[in-house]
Design a protein around this ligand. Structure first.
Ligand code: ZN
Length: 369
């Protein structure tokens, strides 16, 4: 086994717009660059792992604790960085080389194995995926249709016979956005391997923040009394008993509001809408929840799902469940399939069992866009 794994992480990441350089930001529980390094190590297919880094980023290497890896200075361009790494490994006389962009942390070890296998009969092997969009070609003022089936997008890692890529790197002094371009221009034998959807390139901060999911919990209880209205999930329910409260006393909406505020780390319903304030006397809880939804939307939060337990002897929820879910879906501006509602009794035990109270608990999952 004399294969080398080269990781390119020397870019300035201008499009990334973060104080920490892209290769060193946290991603799914680890530093971005380490995902690729760890996979190369775990595959046990490489005698050397070489990473091209920007010399201005050297400070970030201190705490990485990577002893199986060699870091070399990258060049001005991606092609220069690849060339520096290829020159560095020359002394090890590698047979095969994989070149990979650090910005793609989600490839599988299976892909590495497939690429190396393909090199037995080819000069290069690259993973490609097809687009779900329909491509068009603009040539001057003329627009052409292109058959989607004929369009492939290349990913990394890309695998090459060392001798072939080295020779081309030295011969051709051209800036390329991937290494296979050199082999393709030189008519070398390249095998296209099915790429992986999840192996997308992290380009902007948004690509990373999509993984930020938060959970919040909400709980509420109201006394059940005669001569009060009963609101559940924003709709008026026919019932011999109603809920006592400063507002309309809707336990479902109060627990949802608290769960959402909890997930967004924005306090609780009492802090936002005090029950000491006359402004909120008998206010509909739909208004309070709508305000919170508007607030979290402006902060780029989006609800993944809401799970609700209503614990009460009365009313029975079975018949009104669908209506309540629809009402919540409108208030929270989410699909009704993202809401689950369960009705529970207290087996006639305690205040809930004696029809003196109704309680609700909610868990909400929220992502930051
Ligand atoms: Zn309440």
């Amino acid at each position: 086994m004399n294969n080398c794994f080269i990781i390119l992480a020397a870019g300035k990441s201008n499009r990334f717009n973060s104080k920490i350089p892209k290769p060193f930001v946290q991603y799914n529980g680890d530093i971005l660059i380490k995902h690729s390094i760890n996979k190369a190590i775990s595959s046990k297919k490489f005698s050397k792992i070489v990473v091209a880094i920007n010399k201005n980023h050297k400070n970030y290497l201190k705490n990485l604790q990577l002893n199986k890896v060699v870091f070399v200075n990258g060049g001005k361009t991606r092609a220069d960085s690849a060339k520096n790494c290829l020159n560095y490994v020359r002394k090890y006389k590698p047979k095969n080389i994989l070149i990979h962009d650090a910005a793609r942390p989600n490839f599988s070890i299976k892909l590495i194995i497939k690429l190396l296998k393909a090199l037995k009969f080819n000069d290069g092997a690259i993973p490609v995926i097809q687009s779900n969009d329909t491509p068009k070609l603009k040539n001057g003022k003329k627009i052409h249709n292109i058959d989607r089936k004929k369009i492939f997008f290349s990913q990394t890692p890309q695998a090459f016979k060392y001798k072939v890529i080295m020779e081309l790197q030295n011969k051709i002094n051209k800036e390329t956005t991937d290494d296979s371009s050199l082999l393709i221009s030189a008519n070398k034998r390249i095998k296209l391997i099915k790429g992986e959807e999840k192996n997308y390139k992290i380009t902007t901060l948004k690509d990373i923040s999509e993984n930020k999911v938060f959970y919040g919990i909400g709980f509420d209880v109201h006394r059940l009394v005669p001569r009060r209205k009963m609101y559940l999930g924003g709709i008026k329910i026919k019932s011999k008993l109603g809920t006592l409260g400063h507002s309309d006393g809707d336990p479902i909406l109060h627990a949802i509001t608290d769960a959402i505020l909890g997930a967004c780390r924005m306090g609780d319903i009492g802090e936002k809408f005090s029950d000491k304030s006359k402004r909120y006397k008998n206010i509909r809880s739909t208004i309070l929840l709508s305000k919170v939804i508007k607030d979290i939307k402006s902060k780029n939060y989006d609800i993944n799902n809401i799970d609700i337990n209503v614990i009460t002897e009365t009313p029975k929820l079975k018949k009104i469940k669908k209506k309540i879910i629809l009402s919540i879906s409108k208030l929270c501006r989410i699909d009704k399939n993202k809401i689950n509602l369960k009705g529970k009794t207290a087996e006639k035990l305690g205040v809930i069992g004696k029809e003196k109270a109704i309680a609700c608990e909610v868990i909400a999952s929220i992502k930051k866009l």
